[in-house]
Design a protein around this ligand. Structure first.
Ligand code: 5GP
Length: 188
């Protein structure tokens, strides 16, 4: 997606350890016009897929997920990163975050992720694929079906995408970063 790639090259910043900061338009300040185009592109790429629900993880996945849900007129569920004491009927698993270097819980209510649901997962970044694997686990626990996974940015050098595709999952990434070596952004 050319507009996204141009924006990453213009406003993205590299940090040590292979971190790309896109706080200017995705992760802190958000660009709703770009986010709408991202939603349109996800809808185009998953057009042949039967979906009845969009799922994401709080917080940065919510903006692109809600764009997709709005365009497809489907509900959007976000997995929470803290177990609310009031949540009943909960599905939960743990995920290792490489940006924060710690493990956190992700959970979702069985009321909103149900047997027979055909879900599309949308998130901001795909790196090692740990968040994605957490969602795969929650979908499995719910008895739902994962029909695809869409990411705004995939960091190919961390290989989460290779694993997901090798597992037969339909993965779409709108910008694929080949390398952030020497703090230079190289996009496929
Ligand atoms: P994974 O679980 O695939 O290793 O990492 C994906 C999650 O970590 C994303 O949901 C995102 O929040 C965060 N993340 C991974 N790499 C980056 C990065 O380079 N920049 C930013 N801003 N977030 C990242």
């Amino acid at each position: 997606m050319k507009t996204l790639k141009d924006r990453i090259l213009r406003d993205g910043r590299c940090f040590p350890g292979g971190i790309l900061k896109v706080d200017n338009f995705i992760n802190h300040q958000m660009d709703p016009i770009l986010m709408k185009s991202i939603g349109v592109e996800f809808v185009r790429r998953f057009a042949s897929t039967q979906i009845n629900k969009v799922i994401t993880v709080e917080a940065s996945g919510i903006a692109p997920a809600i764009m997709v849900g709005y365009l497809l007129e489907l509900p959007v569920v976000f997995a929470k990163k803290k177990k609310p004491s009031t949540m009943e009927n909960m599905l939960a698993t743990s995920v290792f975050s490489f940006t924060k270097q710690r493990t956190y819980d992700v959970c979702v209510s069985r009321d909103f992720l149900c047997p027979g649901d055909k879900v599309l997962f949308i998130d901001d970044f795909l790196a090692n694929g740990n968040a994605a694997k957490g969602i795969i686990e929650l979908v499995k626990q719910a008895g739902a079906e994962l029909v695809g996974m869409g990411f705004i940015i995939e960091k190919a050098f961390q290989h989460g995408g290779d694993e997901l595709r090798a597992a037969g999952i339909h993965v779409e990434s709108l910008a694929i970063i080949e390398s952030l070596d020497n703090c230079e952004i190289k996009i496929r």
